[in-house]
Design a protein around this ligand. Sequence first.
Ligand SMILES: [Fe+2]
Ligand SMILES: [Fe+2]
Length: 237
Amino acid sequence: MKLLDDSINVDSQVWDRLRKLEDRVIELFPKGDPSHDLLHLKRVLKTALFLAAIERGELEILIPAVLLHDIVQVPKNSPNRSAASEMAALKASEILEPLGWSNDDIQKIAQAVLEHSYSRGLTATSLESAILQDSDRLDALGAIGIMRMVACGTLMGTPFYEDSIDVFSKNTYEDRKYIIDHVFTKLIRLPDLMNFQWSKAEALKRFEFMKHFLRQLRAETQQSPLQSEKDAMRNLS
Ligand SMILES: [Fe+2]
Ligand SMILES: [Fe+2]
């Protein structure tokens, strides 16, 4: 699989370095988790390039930050989870040094990698870091967000939902116990955390789709078929 497509507009020297970096990332990227794989990188990159075109982000910083942001992965249920982005930032610097990036640029890239993490709760200190944050967080929402959330929970053996409880009206949400609780412990906050207007609008759209999915899930799992039918009739009238 290729991560970079030929339409990326950078000078030939930068392009050369990016190609080498792409090969390294494909070689080193952790395997076995479909919620954090090369397809995730491709999607985040696509959104990041779109945002960079609007906001005039510097591609020489942004593209390496995207490619390297998840180069170290720590399981979600590990106590070291919040150290993952710090380790990724260190590893990013190690990978970039022999490929010809300047020290100044490496520092900016590593800082963006560090700041992308939701669990660390850092504010983005550069335009490129803000673009990476939004692009990565958008990939947690919408149809792909549902697939990633389920994939991630399944890896840890977490059940999909709490039996006989309406997910919209629970008192406490625990995503370590029930996968769909993740929508209410984290994903619901993402639209407000977006750095750019476009990402916020897109996040709200994707979150609306997730709510629609949850309503359908509730109808299929929590209500009697008769009740679901009554609700459906009411919605039609
Ligand atoms: Fe990450
Ligand atoms: Fe990511």
